[in-house]
Design a protein. Structure first.
Length: 148
């Protein structure tokens, strides 16, 4: 990759929402992608060996192309958002999981679309919490992943 994960550009919330839906559909259809290793210029090698991560990366590759900076940025932001939702308990009010999928608060979607990634391609949890605390006062997910 021609840059480091932390140098990847932001994406639009709409693009992130579309990628989420494409990845969810790919997983439901069991369109598992290949395991991938992303080699970054002067930076880390990120292995997408987890079956779910490989599936979601394949969906983004089909949607936007992992051989482009926008496609790569979209993929890593999507995976970073999934990672953050899994480890940040304080985010419980910012998304709701239902029968038809997940609804993500518009402020969280906007933050994930634009907030910088770290060298490992993840979001800094404390920085995300600081950013979102100014925008949200415990509001539940109200517009879902369609926001953007």
């Amino acid at each position: 990759m021609p840059c480091r994960p932390e140098d990847l550009p932001g994406v639009s919330p709409r693009a992130l929402s579309t990628a989420w839906e494409a990845a969810r559909a790919a997983a439901a259809a069991e369109h598992w992608g290949p395991h991938r290793t992303l080699l970054f210029q002067d930076g880390p090698a990120l292995a997408l060996a987890d079956a779910d991560a490989a599936c979601w990366a394949e969906a983004v590759d089909r949607l936007a192309g992992l051989d482009t900076l926008p496609g790569l940025a979209l993929c890593l932001r999507l995976l970073a958002l999934v990672d953050l939702l899994g480890r940040a308990r304080w985010m419980g009010g910012l998304f709701a999981i239902g029968r038809d999928g997940i609804e993500i608060h518009p402020a969280l979607l906007a933050a994930a679309a634009t907030q910088g990634l770290d060298v490992a391609g993840r979001f800094d949890e404390s920085e995300m919490k600081r950013l979102l605390s100014g925008r949200i006062a415990g509001a539940p997910a109200d517009r879902g992943a369609e926001a953007g």
